[in-house]
Design a protein. Structure first.
Ligand SMILES: Cc1cc2nc3c(=O)[nH]c(=O)nc-3n(C[C@H](O)[C@H](O)[C@H](O)COP(=O)(O)O)c2cc1C
Length: 166
């Protein structure tokens, strides 16, 4: 690399994002992973993208399951971000104490999120040490609770959206 990798990470961290939990399932087994490398791609067909580290367990899950759901976290669910960023058990039910349901693909849809996008994998692209998974959205919804605020991530720290003036 022609420059310091730590600087590279630092600069990327200056791009403020929301926080999502990507979930998937195979039969009765379910897996989740915190992700902020998420973006919209296309309206027609409806496509979104998540970038997943090849070293993450989620990577193999997505290769095998071919489905995933992106859950957009509200600020009061920071613990869920921490849970699926390394605290959740590798074996056993990661969703045992987490209120959730299943929609079109069967991937867990977490309660009390700002919105979800339930997808089938539409394409995969090489992305260095990550794979870019494009998902075709099968079902989507936003929360009816307008008081929910997003959980933010900036410079390696969580943040909250400041209340609007006036
Ligand atoms: C705020 C935040 C955002 C993250 N975004 C991503 C991401 O977009 N892609 C990724 O592969 N890992 C991301 N991670 C790291 C994974 O959540 C973490 O490596 C996780 O433990 C992988 O879980 P698994 O190996 O059980 O699938 C993020 C972590 C945090 C805290």
């Amino acid at each position: 690399m022609p420059f310091d990798p730590a600087l590279f990470r630092q600069v990327l961290g200056r791009f403020a994002t929301g926080v999502t939990v990507v979930t998937t399932c195979m039969g009765d087994s379910k897996h989740g992973m915190t992700a902020n490398a998420f973006t919209s791609v296309s309206l027609d067909p409806p496509l979104i993208l998540v970038s997943v580290d090849k070293k993450a367990d989620m990577h193999d899950w997505l290769l095998d399951s071919g489905v995933f759901c992106v859950n957009i976290l509200p600020e009061h669910r920071r613990a869920w971000s921490d849970w699926w960023a390394g605290k959740a058990p590798k074996d056993g039910d990661q969703f045992a104490d987490i209120p959730h349901s299943a929609k079109e693909t069967g991937s867990p849809v977490l309660d009390e999120c700002l919105g979800f996008l339930d997808c089938k994998v539409w394409a995969r692209y090489e992305g260095g040490d990550h794979t870019l998974f494009l998902g075709e959205v099968q079902e989507a919804a936003v929360s009816e609770d307008d008081s929910l605020r997003p959980l933010l991530f900036f410079a390696s720290k969580y943040g909250k959206l400041q209340a609007e003036e006036g």
